[in-house]
Write a protein that binds this ligand. Structure first.
Ligand code: BTN
Length: 245
């Protein structure tokens, strides 16, 4: 991963750059990094605050040989890799909120966005975007997200070398991707569950089909989150935002 590399001082979104590069024939593992994004985006078309020089804003081209319905595995795999990398570099207690947010305490430090491109159920490429608030200070956050977000610097009390962290992420990510190709979702699922701060908590998930409440039990083989409701029924959620109750 990262053998083909583009580093930009400023771009709209590294997702867009990686996608056009993929269309021009970028290899699997091609990576775009930007110091600043002018219109970084998050899940569900939310804006992603990407100020200059203090974050890791990057997107990678993946060309997985898996069916389209397995793409959630890649999301979970990516967040596990980033979580492991952060733990190797920074002494912070970071955990995964389903499906792919990294939190310190109740505050978000990293978000992941996967955009898939398929033709006739065949997955052609996936653009995997990672945004990490590395060295942002309190004053770098706009109102609105101030109380929901934090950075590795704020959480650990020290400045983090971004290049070291990127290198660790690429290493962990490639290892896990290979493991997934060889052994399927099982090992990734175990690692995800071990780093999860969602399992065991009473949560509500606002899915496209309405709100689902219950105690989070774990992942099923597709990567869906299994909840146990107060009525004793198990329910699966495939997408949505988790709120801790
Ligand atoms: C989320 O939590 O909603 C996902 C945030 C993903 C942000 C990253 S930053 C690099 C890449 N480029 C983007 O425009 N978004 C992703």
């Amino acid at each position: 991963f990262g053998r083909q590399l583009r580093i930009r001082s400023k771009t709209e979104s590294t997702q867009n750059e990686a996608l056009s590069w993929a269309k021009e024939g970028a290899q699997e593992g091609a990576l775009v990094l930007a110091e600043e994004q002018t219109s970084g985006r998050g899940r569900q078309n939310r804006p992603w605050h990407s100020p200059p020089g203090k974050g890791i804003w990057m997107s990678m081209v993946l060309k997985p040989k898996i069916p389209l319905q397995f793409t959630p595995h890649l999301t979970l795999l990516t967040v596990v890799a980033v979580c492991r990398a952060i733990k190797r570099v920074v002494p912070v207690d970071v955990g995964i909120k389903w499906p792919n947010d990294l939190l310190v305490g109740e505050r978000k430090i990293c978000g992941i966005l996967l955009e898939s491109f398929a033709e006739d159920e065949r997955l052609l490429s996936v653009i995997a975007g990672i945004g990490i608030s590395v060295n942002l200070d309190e004053q770098d956050y706009p109102e609105g997200i101030k109380d929901k977000a934090t950075s590795l610097k704020i959480a650990s009390g020290k400045e983090i070398d971004r290049a070291t962290l990127v290198a660790e992420i690429l290493y962990e990510w490639e290892q896990l991707y290979q493991l997934y190709e060889e052994q399927g979702f099982g090992p990734v699922r175990t690692l995800w569950e071990a780093q999860s701060i969602t399992i065991g908590r009473t949560i509500s998930v606002n899915t496209p089909y309405g709100e689902v409440n219950g105690v989070a039990q774990g992942l099923d083989e597709s990567g869906a989150l299994v909840l146990l409701g107060r009525d004793g029924q198990y329910r699966k959620v495939f997408s949505g935002d988790v709120h801790f109750l």
